[in-house]
Design a protein around this ligand. Structure first.
Ligand code: J9N
Length: 274
């Protein structure tokens, strides 16, 4: 996969030289290129922003530097290999609190693409005409990291590139660690423990020392359900009942949920029998 990032703070993306993603780059599994938007300005002050038409707070990113930066990225794409073969459109991801919310499903979807381009806005945003114009050559996707406000897209890009990059073939050494983790089954992960078995007066659940793998699996599944009900009741209500076994249903009922073929719903305290 190739990823290009355009930013007025290219040094912000230096973290992508480190750890798993840095290793993937050095091994050629991921080609990542960071571009300074100011290199695509033509004035002495390398101006990237201006005041908003219609008034209002803050500054808006000017369109022309964005068009020149994106055109230079498009110009660097390899020509289609043979006549009649057309390369997939690159995807232009624009971090924005007004975008669709990034999640693991979107990470998997984007990990299938050949070419991602991230446009990091600052200030109050990028002139909307850039997104309209870019749709001629890119699939444009405004994406939010979550319902909170950042000063710019760079931190969102760090998170998204890490989430996507670790799904690329060969990046995570043991691919089994990708399937067992949080959110892949719609539940939060179970709590984990390591040595010593007693630490500062605190033990660990006895069952983990039993060697009984079926009981351990059941205990962990119940901990996932309990934790998810406590922290993310929205995920419990989104579960597909077809993916729940008898013991799951019993645990959920004990946690105050009713499980029917139609779904899982919270039972009002006043409706509960036991
Ligand atoms: N989720 C999210 C994105 C943002 C941005 S992108 C550019 C400025 C702010 N805030 N929150």
């Amino acid at each position: 996969m190739r990823i290009d990032v355009v930013s007025i703070f290219p040094e912000y993306l230096a973290a992508l030289d480190l750890s798993l993603i840095g290793k993937a780059r050095r091994e050629g599994l991921l080609q990542l290129h960071v571009h300074d938007l100011r290199d695509f300005t033509a004035d002495r002050h390398r101006t990237v922003d201006d005041t908003p038409y219609g008034g209002g707070a803050g500054m808006v990113m000017k369109p022309e530097p964005w068009a020149l930066a994106l055109e230079s990225i498009l110009a660097g794409r390899p020509a289609p290999a043979e006549s009649g073969s057309r390369a997939a459109r690159p995807v232009l991801i624009v971090p924005s609190p007004a975008g669709e919310v990034f999640n693991q499903a979107l990470a998997y979807e984007l990990a299938e693409e050949d070419h991602l381009v991230f446009a990091c806005g600052r200030y109050e945003g990028i002139d909307e005409r850039v997104l309209e114009w870019a749709a001629q050559a890119f699939t444009v996707r405004p994406v939010s990291l979550g319902d909170y406000v950042l000063n710019g897209g760079e931190v969102a890009v760090l998170a998204m590139v890490e989430a996507i990059g670790r799904l690329l073939p060969g990046v995570v050494g043991n691919p089994e660690s990708l399937v067992e983790e949080s959110h892949s089954d719609g539940l939060l992960e179970y709590p984990v423990y390591t040595k010593p078995s007693e630490w500062r007066g605190r033990g660990i659940p006895e069952v983990l020392l039993s060697g009984n793998h079926a009981r351990i699996a059941r205990h962990r599944r119940d901990e996932q359900l309990r934790r998810t009900a406590a922290r993310r009741p929205d995920l419990i209500e989104a579960l597909d009942p077809a993916g729940l076994d008898k013991a799951d249903k019993a645990t959920l009922e004990g946690l105050g949920y009713a499980v029917t073929p139609d779904g899982v719903r919270a039972v009002q305290a006043s409706e509960r029998t036991s």
